[in-house]
Design a protein around this ligand. Structure first.
Ligand code: ATP
Ligand code: MG
Length: 364
């Protein structure tokens, strides 16, 4: 529909410069420039390298997204940007770019939460999110169960990891196995040829007295690392495929079990899974199986929309416009530890600069 908001979203919370353009819940462009190769030899993301790469990639990636969408910047109804959480310096590049474009174009600016964006992106795949929706958010920095009745204003955490995030565990085990970075995709690949029941790795926080919706992956990580060390010490080959499959099974078993339980306990019949780890093929398959058995409808975006991208930020921005949320103030700042409970970041000054600027239309 032509009257749905046309929004450009900028994502720079980690190592991908993502620029997406959506109209309502329709994806028009999703341009990404990644600095992942520049970090590979360090075994993790180097913040300063990421910030510099964002700076270089920003304008060309925005230009590419506009071209892909077949629109000009003047057509936009708003500019959304990840205000947090993420790497402070990296976020700052995105927030500053978004402000500059929004100000120059006379468009409203929307600071949005990266984590809520990982949930909202599913609207581009499966249409409007049901309300309420249970969300299992599993990424490089977070693993949480969230209940949302409105993705622009109400995200309630039911539980979260008490130590490592699921993606972090994938990355660490991949490092122990010398498989490179990021670890998720490569472990996923090896696991397909391995036996998930080969090694019985522990399922963290699944005892009867444990917090039902919290996660813990650090014990699992240690257990897998010890198992590998013991093999090496004995001079035996490490069966990478079986270790990958068994480790992955331990992670996704716990994630899906707790997510389904949360849905049942809260009487919610829709589960969405978002964040980079939602790209995992075994997580998707097991979640499908267990949701079907429990009468829960599962929604998982296609893998490309699960990892960081600009389209997810645009999707949440478009939802902000559709729901008449106020634009963010020009003093919007990046917040590296923005809580998941704040999907929308208003900034501090509430006078309406946007309309003043739009009269001048500085960009034309
Ligand atoms: N197929 C996969 N299987 C398992 N993990 C995966 C897969 N693909 C990506 N990942 C993991 O997803 C993580 C990256 O996801 P994402 O880009 O959402 O994280 P992030 O943005 O770094 O963290 P956050 O969103 O919490 O700030 C990495 O840890 C990566 O190993
Ligand atoms: Mg992310």
């Amino acid at each position: 529909m032509a009257d749905e908001p046309l929004v450009l979203g900028i994502e720079t919370s980690c190592d991908e410069t993502g620029v997406g353009i959506v109209r309502g819940t329709t994806l028009l462009a999703d341009a990404v420039a990644s600095s992942v190769d520049e970090h590979a030899r360090f075994g993790g993301v180097v913040p300063e390298v990421a910030s510099r790469a964002h700076l270089e990639a920003m304008v060309p990636t925005i230009e590419r997204a506009l071209k892909d969408a077949g629109i000009t910047a003047r057509d936009l109804d708003g500019i959304a940007v990840t205000a947090g959480p993420g790497l402070a310096g990296a976020l700052l590049v995105g927030v500053t770019a978004a402000k500059a474009y929004a100000y120059a174009l006379g468009k409203p600016l929307y600071g949005v939460n990266h984590l809520a964006s990982h949930i909202c992106v599913d609207q581009l795949e499966h249409g409007a999110l049901p309300e309420p929706t249970m969300a299992l958010l599993v990424s490089g920095g977070h693993s949480s169960l969230l209940l949302s009745t409105d993705i622009t204003s109400d995200v309630r955490p039911l539980g979260a990891t008490i130590d490592d995030a699921a993606g972090e565990a994938f990355d660490k085990i991949a490092r122990v196995l010398n498989l490179g970075f990021p670890g998720g995709p490569v472990i996923d690949r090896y696991a397909r040829e391995g036996d998930p029941a080969a090694i019985a790795f522990p399922r963290g926080l699944t005892g009867p007295r444990d917090a039902p919706y919290d996660f813990s992956f650090s014990g699992l990580k240690t257990s897998v690392a010890r198992w590998i060390e013991a093999k090496r010490a004995a001079g035996e080959d490490v069966p990478v495929r079986d270790v990958s499959a068994s480790f992955q099974e331990a992670v996704v078993d716990v994630l899906t079990r707790k997510a389904v339980r949360a849905c049942k306990d809260e009487g919610v019949d829709h589960l969405m899974i978002g964040g980079g780890v939602a790209a995992n093929s075994r997580l998707r398959a097991l979640a499908q199986e267990r949701c079907e058995a429990a009468g829960i409808r599962l929604r998982v975006p296609r893998p490309k929309l699960c990892t960081d991208n600009g389209a997810m930020v645009a999707a949440l921005g478009a939802e902000m416009v559709a729901r008449d949320r106020p634009a963010s103030a020009w003093d919007l700042s990046a917040d590296s530890s923005l809580p998941v409970t704040e999907p929308h970041v208003p900034g501090h000054h509430h006078h309406d600069h946007v309309h003043e600027v739009s009269k001048e239309n500085l960009y034309s």
